[in-house]
Design a protein around this ligand. Structure first.
Ligand SMILES: NC(=O)c1ccc[n+]([C@@H]2O[C@H](COP(=O)([O-])OP(=O)(O)OC[C@H]3O[C@@H](n4cnc5c(N)ncnc54)[C@H](O)[C@@H]3O)[C@@H](O)[C@H]2O)c1
Length: 339
């Protein structure tokens, strides 16, 4: 029996494949490589010594997904495949709703048809909207200010309803906070195409001299230094959280929601200062206007994941910076020029 990892050639999916293979699971990756890289899959094998099976397919393609389920004994699905850039989702809402929502529906449909009862979904803290911190799983979700957040909230509802209708199903909805860092080997990391929409790749590209300065969106938030506060979590901690979530699906039917965050908020400037201390490189920055839809403070109450999954984030902000920088130095052009 195998674990199907959609989006396994992407940032979080590839790191999670390492954690799954190291925990002894057999892994099948399904990814259309629109934002991920086949080189990430080779490197998963380099790190673990185990080769995941790979299907290059689009998860919105129902016939292709059906073929995959028909040809393999799949035990569980970890669904990472999707688009994640908030700004792009505002500019291209239909692309986001189609890719993120239809992909979830096609996979849930295949699970129903082939009797696959375990499903772990990559959701986001974005679904909390402007709630009061710390965010708890039982909070009423407020509408996110962007289509990306809506695709996550809708996918959560679809999976919740599907789990209610299918006896024996266990669905775990994981709400990630802000993933950073890279595998400590420097072989896997975040590889954005074009201008990074996430903070850390932007910082590392400034440090590498590829970009002149970091633009910080908003210096007048209601926070100690005026820049936004976020809950950063090392991608390998996040990967470990998925292994625990998968174990949960085996023992507990129903729907389970967990925050995967550290529970600590750091401002953008604190992150920049930590990066500078760890690497010894100054990061020139400029504070510009707020980005529409951004909130001032976002951090998790991670207590439920600790109580029910025995999981908590262990790696520090300094480790996130060190590992992200190691990845950037070893792969100046990401996977584009990598072996
Ligand atoms: N990185 C973050 O900051 C963050 C935060 C919260 C939630 N998430 C969610 O986690 C998941 C993974 O994020 P990531 O950072 O690894 O992103 P990523 O872009 O690095 O990886 C996504 C992968 O999915 C693949 N993909 C996209 N659409 C596909 C489709 N229709 N069919 C097959 N493959 C497809 C891409 O090729 C890529 O390899 C996403 O669902 C994202 O919304 C990410």
């Amino acid at each position: 029996m195998a674990i199907l990892v959609t989006g396994g050639a992407g940032y979080i999916g590839s790191h999670t494949c390492v954690a799954l293979l190291e925990a002894g699971y057999r892994v099948i990756i399904a990814d259309n490589l629109c934002r991920g890289s086949a080189k990430a899959i080779k490197r998963i094998e380099c790190i673990t010594g185990k080769k995941p099976a790979f299907y290059c397919l689009d998860v919105t393609d129902a016939a292709a997904v059906d073929g995959l389920f028909a040809a393999n004994k799949i035990d569980s699905v970890l669904h990472f495949a999707g688009f994640k850039a908030v700004g792009e989702s505002v500019a291209k809402p239909l692309l986001y709703y189609y890719n993120n929502v239809v992909g979830t529906m096609v996979l849930a449909g295949a699970c129903q048809k082939y009797g696959v009862q375990h499903f772990v979904y990559s959701s986001s803290a974005t679904v909390y909207g402007p709630n009061k911190v710390p965010f708890r799983e039982d909070m009423l979700l407020l509408p996110a200010a962007n289509p990306y957040g809506e695709t996550k909230a809708i996918s959560e509802r679809i999976l919740t309803d599907a789990a209610k209708a299918n006896k024996g199903w266990s669905v775990v909805l994981l709400r990630y906070f802000n993933p950073l860092g890279a595998h400590e080997s420097g072989l896997l990391g975040e590889d954005p195409a074009g201008v990074p929409s996430n903070l850390m790749p932007y910082i590392t590209q400034v440090a590498a001299g590829k970009r002149e300065r970091l633009y910080i969106f908003g210096g007048d938030y209601n926070t100690p230094d005026g820049t936004g506060v976020r809950d950063y979590i090392h991608v390998m901690d996040l990967a470990a959280g998925h292994v625990r979530a998968l174990e949960k699906t085996k023992s507990s039917p129903g729907v389970h929601i967990y925050n995967l965050g550290s529970g600590v908020g750091y401002s953008v400037l604190e992150l920049v200062r930590t990066f500078e201390q760890v690497t010894g490189i100054a990061i020139p920055y400029e504070i510009t206007g707020r980005r529409p839809g951004d909130i001032d403070i976002c951090y998790a109450d991670p207590g439920k994941a600790y109580r029910e999954l025995g999981w908590k984030a262990g790696k520090t902000l300094a480790e996130m910076c060190r590992d992200a920088w190691r990845w950037q130095q070893a792969n100046p052009e990401g996977y584009a020029t990598a072996e």
